[in-house]
Design a binder for this molecule. Sequence first.
Ligand SMILES: [Ca+2]
Ligand SMILES: [Ca+2]
Ligand SMILES: [Ca+2]
Ligand SMILES: [Ca+2]
Length: 453
Amino acid sequence: MMKKNGFTLVELVLAMFIVAAIMAASYTAFITLSKGFKAEAKKSEAVVENILGLDLLRYDIEMAGFGLPSGTSSPNINITYNEAHPASAYAGTTDYMPEQYTPDPTCFNDSITPTCECASTVLSCVSSTNEPRAIILADDENPGDDTADSNDDSDVLSIKSLTASLNDAGGKWALRFDDGIAGAPYNQKFNSTEHDIDDNYLVIVEGDGIIKCTGGGSNSTACTAGNDTWAFTISNWSATTPPDSANASALPDPSAAANELFFVYGVEKTTASKPLTLRMPFNRVDYYLQRNKNNFPNRCHPKSYNLVRAAINHNYQNSPESDYNGMRNEMPIMDCVIDFQIAFGIDSDNDGTLDLWVQDNSSATYFGNANSIAQYVRAVKVFILMHEGTYDADYTYEITGNNMDIGVDGNDDGDLSDAGDLLLKSYDFTKLSNWTNYRWKIITITINTANLG
Ligand SMILES: [Ca+2]
Ligand SMILES: [Ca+2]
Ligand SMILES: [Ca+2]
Ligand SMILES: [Ca+2]
C-alpha cells in the first residue's frame, strides 16, 4: 500500500496550470468589469448633467409667455425696442461660433431690428413693432455640417417670457396700486428676498397686460408712439411707505379713481461693474444644436452636437461687453446630441383637449401673431436623439434597419405611420461612422404651456 506524502511532479504541473488558467480568466473578467464600471460612471455623470439641462428646457417651455406685454392696438405694441442681432454681426467675435446660425437669429424677432437678415420661407422678419410671440419654431432649418444633406438638419426653438433669463430679477413681480390716500401708490411686496423685486432691477410695468409708459404729460399711460419710456430702474425699493417714495415719478402710477392694478415685472439686473439697460421688454432664449469647438466632450461622437440654450443679451453700457448687445449668450445644456426635434400640440377649438400635432409655424391661424399662439398652442413635445456613454468596441447597437423614426405616436402602437401620428424625422444612422458602437436613445418630454391662453 502506498502512502501519499506529497505531490508528484505531474500533479504539481497540472495544479499550476489550473491556477494559471483561473487567474487568466479572472483577469479578463476584471478588465471587462472595470471597463464596464468606467463606462457606467461616465454614463451617470452625463445623465446628471443632462437631467439638469432638461429641467431648464422644461421650465422655459412651461413659462413661455409669462408676463409678456401687449399693446393697446394688439398685435402692435407701440413701443420701439431692439431684439437679436443678425448672424453677420458675429464676424470677428472669437467667443461665438455662428456657423450654425441658420435661420438667422433675426427670424425670431418681433421688433424692428438693426438689420434683418431672415431668408426663411416660413419665418420672416417683422416689419413693425409687434407683440412678442411666446414660442416660435424653425423646422429643420439648422443645417448641420452638410448643407446638401437634410438628414443632419434640426429644429431651432425660440422662447420669450419674463422668466427666460437666469438672472436674479427675471420673473419676479409686485402689484402696484393706489388706495387714494396721500403718499400712495403702494407696491405690494411678499417680504421675501426670494420673491421680491429689489434695487437695481430693470423692470417694466403692465396694467391688464398692456405695457405702461411715462411721459406725454401723464405719469400713467399706455405706451403710444412717441411715448417711449417703458423701462425703469428700481431704486430705494426697501423703503417702507410708500416703497418707491424716492422714486415716485419714475414708475407709471395707477389711478385710484379707476381702481387700476399694475404689475411691476423684473426683467434684468444692473450692477455697478456691468451696467445694463433693457433692450427689449422681455427675455428670450433660443435652443439649437451647436458644436462648441473649444469645449467639445471627447466622449461624444465626432458628428454630434451640444444642445445649447442661448439667452439674448440686453444692452451693456461699458465696453467690451457692449460688443455683445443683442447677441446670443450660449450655454451648452446637453452633450452628444445628433438631432433636436419639436412638435406643437394644438387645441384648435379651445375645448381643453389637443386636436392635432404640427411640426412648424406655417399655419397662420395658430401662429399668425402673439395672440393666436397664446390661444391655440397648448403643449410642446421635445425629442432629443443622443448617445449615452462613449464609443464602445464591445457593444453593438440593435435596431431594425438603419433609421430611427422620431415623432408623435398618436395611437401609441410603436410606429409612426397611422393617421394622427406625426413623423418628424427618420434619422439615417449610416451617415455616422461607427454608429453601431454607441448607445443611442431618444429622450422625449411633453410639456404643457402653462402660461399661454
Ligand atoms: Ca422638425
Ligand atoms: Ca444639412
Ligand atoms: Ca380641442
Ligand atoms: Ca402609431
